[in-house]
Write a protein that binds this ligand. Structure first.
Ligand SMILES: NC(=O)c1ccc[n+]([C@@H]2O[C@H](COP(=O)([O-])OP(=O)(O)OC[C@H]3O[C@@H](n4cnc5c(N)ncnc54)[C@H](OP(=O)(O)O)[C@@H]3O)[C@@H](O)[C@H]2O)c1
Length: 188
């Protein structure tokens, strides 16, 4: 599971898997009961006081931009594996490559929020989108959307195809397969 420092702080998540059946299914597949917990921060401003650092049920991996202060890195390394981006920007492609290469990760659940999802969509790194419809209507110019705060369009629109839909109580759970437009190569 991959989540941002913003979301983990806002939601005081421990990034666990509370449903026993889901843990059992992982074990039956030959995996660890709990998935790797992956944190994302561009600035590197991440406190070891966050609730998830107090729980040891699964290893923690941190991806950070170049600017993480050395004191923060030293403190984090007592509890997590820290990868700092080699270039100026922290990119989804690089992080996913590192996860596959060094941690044997083949599938990532990206737990939002909108800013992070936008970044991964712009890099064409999301195959499926799980979207829950909740019966609430609210307004506001600072309301976070699926792709973060209202702003620029994505570099190109992403097509979505409904794979599954299930209504439970008042909520509707949907799963979408994503398809990206081809990038024009310049050759005809
Ligand atoms: N409804 C849901 O299912 C759901 C799911 C997840 C989250 N949420 C909510 O969404 C809110 C947070 O959403 P958000 O959009 O503000 O933040 P976000 O998407 O959770 O986090 C953005 C992260 O991306 C990093 N970042 C920003 N620009 C970047 C760039 N150009 N390159 C690389 N990394 C970059 C930021 O780094 P820094 O650490 O340096 O800031 C930050 O950690 C919270 O309130 C949370 O509760 C809802």
């Amino acid at each position: 599971m991959l989540a941002s420092a913003t979301t983990v702080s806002a939601d005081t998540m421990t990034m666990g898997l509370p449903v026993p059946a889901l843990r059992a299914a992982r074990v039956a597949r030959g995996q660890e009961a709990f998935p790797l917990r992956v944190l994302w921060t561009r600035s590197g401003n991440l406190s070891t006081g966050l609730r998830l650092f107090g729980e040891s049920f699964a290893p923690i991996v941190v991806f950070s931009g170049k600017g993480m202060p050395i004191q923060t890195r030293t403190a984090l390394e007592k509890r997590a594996t820290v990868w700092q981006a080699p270039a100026d920007s922290l990119s989804p492609e690089w992080a996913l490559q590192m996860l596959a290469q060094h941690h044997g990760v083949r599938k990532v659940v990206l737990e939002g929020g909108g800013t992070l999802l936008r970044l991964f969509l712009a890099s064409r790194c999301v195959d499926e989108l799980c979207l829950t419809w909740c019966p609430r209507v609210f307004g506001g110019s600072t309301g976070i959307t699926l792709t973060g705060l209202p702003g620029d369009f994505l570099p190109s629109s992403v097509q979505a195809r409904l794979l599954r839909m299930e209504q439970t109580g008042l909520e509707c759970f949907t799963r979408w397969g994503l398809k990206y437009q081809r990038i024009f190569s310049g050759k005809r």
